[in-house]
Design a binder for this molecule. Structure first.
Ligand SMILES: NC(=O)C1=CN([C@@H]2O[C@H](COP(=O)(O)OP(=O)(O)OC[C@H]3O[C@@H](n4cnc5c(N)ncnc54)[C@H](O)[C@@H]3O)[C@@H](O)[C@H]2O)C=CC1
Ligand SMILES: O=C(O)[C@@H]1CCC=N1
Length: 276
């Protein structure tokens, strides 16, 4: 779709504006969000024409969003559902909460609605590079979601990065452990490279600079070249050279391949535990 054909961002009710909600909001503000309401007691202000309220019980009576976005901690959502339910009669709900299922959120909201009324819940897993428009969000919509509802969610999420959709909701838990948590693994790599550099005798400022630029530069090269990661790795690895020597340790079956698989399985398991 040409940029001029892109529909404007809808009006949102964003509930929870911490690390993840705040990252997405930063991207949406840069993209021209329609007048919206943000709920978070820990935020000081939002730029006009958007409004900030401290609690879901303080929502302005004159406000009806196009889309409700849940971005509080999974453990905090239950207490907010009663106040959100009246708005969810008229607008779909997009949840970015780890673990929380479409079924659980739908039932939780429906319990506060008139008999027979059902909210429409779409579940997404974004990541914090959304703050700079470089996010990756994977979403699941239940079969009853309309193409218009899916398109609106995709419009909002694609304003802060790339989007993809899965047909099976349980895949969101695996996505959570890979791309949702993944920036933390990459930042850890930068931290460890810096620590090792300092430990091996480099000046701390230089160790920090080379660690950060190596991670961000490698990411930029991968993005801009479109080349497979494995080929980019081979391009660095001279036969008999220094990289091959280092990778023989990292790529040993019981090193990174096993460690990363175990880590991602642990994250996935935790996402499933957070379902209830
Ligand atoms: N941090 C990340 O990288 C990612 C987080 N998520 C999900 O995003 C959600 C939020 O995570 P973070 O932003 O990291 O947590 P956070 O603790 O930084 O932010 C949560 C915010 O929600 C607010 N809050 C809590 N209860 C509220 C309520 N009833 N009404 C309004 N605001 C409320 C808190 O004041 C806080 O500012 C979680 O469900 C997490 O699973 C998803 C993808 C990535
Ligand atoms: O750590 C968490 O539970 C959230 C979900 C993915 C990233 N942060």
């Amino acid at each position: 779709m040409a940029a001029t054909d892109t529909p404007p961002l809808p009006s949102i009710l964003l509930i929870g504006c911490g690390k993840m909600g705040g990252a997405m909001l930063q991207g949406w503000l840069a993209e021209g969000l329609a007048p919206s309401v943000i709920v978070d007691r820990h935020r000081d202000s939002v730029p006009a024409p958007h409004r900030l309220v401290r609690d879901v019980t303080d929502l302005p009576a004159d406000f009806q969003p196009d889309l409700i976005i849940l971005a509080m901690k999974p453990q905090k959502v239950a207490a907010a559902l009663a106040a959100i339910a009246p708005y969810a009669l008229h607008a779909p709900v997009l949840s970015v909460l780890a673990g929380r299922t479409v079924h659980g959120l739908t039932e939780g909201l429906a319990a506060h609605m008139p008999p027979g009324a059902r909210p429409l819940v779409i579940r997404s897993m974004p990541n914090t590079p959304a703050a700079v428009g470089e996010g990756m969000t994977v979403s699941y919509a239940p079969p009853q979601a309309t193409p218009r509802q899916r398109a609106m969610c995709d419009r909002v999420l694609s304003a802060v990065g790339e989007t993809a959709w899965v047909e099976h909701e349980d895949q969101i838990d695996i996505v959570t452990a890979i791309s949702g948590s993944g920036p933390a693994y990459v930042f850890l790599l930068a931290e460890l490279l810096e620590d090792v550099g300092v430990g091996e005798g480099l000046p701390p400022a230089l160790a920090r600079q080379i660690a950060r630029k190596t991670v961000s530069g490698a990411g930029a090269l991968m993005q801009q070249s479109g080349t497979e990661a494995a080929q980019l790795r081979r391009n660095v690895t001279s036969p008999g050279g220094t990289t091959q020597q280092a990778l023989s340790i990292l790529m040993a079956p019981d090193a990174w391949p096993a460690t990363l698989r175990a880590a991602i399985r642990a994250g996935t398991k935790r996402a499933r535990e957070l379902a209830s």
